[in-house]
Ligand binder design. Sequence first.
Ligand SMILES: O=C(O)CCC(=O)C(=O)O
Ligand SMILES: [Fe+2]
Length: 312
Amino acid sequence: MICKKYVDSSLSNLNPSEIAEQVGKYGVVAIIGSKASPEEFADWSYEMGYHLSPDVWCTDKEHSNGLFWRVTNKIVDGTNRGLKSDHELDWHCNINPVLDAEEVVGLYGKTISFDTQTWFCNSLPFWNTLDEDLKDRLRTLKVRLDPKRKYGRIQESGWTPDWKNYPKKIIDDIYKNRQTRNIADATNMEPENSNLYNKSRGIIEDINFVPDHPVIGKNGFSFSPYEIHAFLEEDGSVCKDSEDLYWWFWEDWVQSETYTYKHDWNEGDIVLMDQTTTIHRRPRINMEQPRELLRAAMWYKTKNRNHYNYIF
Ligand SMILES: O=C(O)CCC(=O)C(=O)O
Ligand SMILES: [Fe+2]
């Protein structure tokens, strides 16, 4: 399944803990026409996962206690537009480059005034087509990411945010946000569970290609195409077939579009996606008319997890 869909279901009929399990199991869950208000989505999200306020220039204060990022082309603080206000946004996952950060992101359609989509490419249905020997090999591989742009990437995107022309306030806030993503500090972490978790390791370069997912174990993969320098063997050497592997995943997984769900936004829609096993992309948006998504980032709760170790 590329996306588990609920159509015209009221959010109050969807158990947040069961939906969390499904986000792990299916990668992407869309709640289409939820009719939930932002406040209802905020309350429901607190039940679904652990949260830490983003505490940035575009934190939403109107509908929640600082839970949401405002993803919008509107001015949010008198000066700056919201998060990811640029026209286009190519394939990425939000957990990069701090891979111990929030594992799930939920997007809620707040203001939709023109036709607009977000695309979600899901590794789980592709993984299910692979034979067991290949899965076993992939479970041994690592990927070298290039967050500091030191090594060179196999492929560069033309469609990334124009960071060098971003206002300092935005850069500083994103940097500060990255320093503070400790699951144990989540505002709704149960005090008796906080000592189960490790501290965030900050920016990470070498990761397991197949993460040890807290809900589904070592299944699915993390392939953020514009961040990858190389595939590595277990001992850290570059795989002989590193580039072949890369282009195979690129063509057969991403470019084939067989594993991509394209969501057409309407106000009140909610899409929840796992950041460790899926990537997403937004085609060009209209900059003249308002568009706003409210975005909640969260960790799976203790009761939904099979382990408390690092995932990558
Ligand atoms: O604006 C969109 O459709 C997607 C935004 C996005 O990638 C995000 O909030 O992480
Ligand atoms: Fe994103």
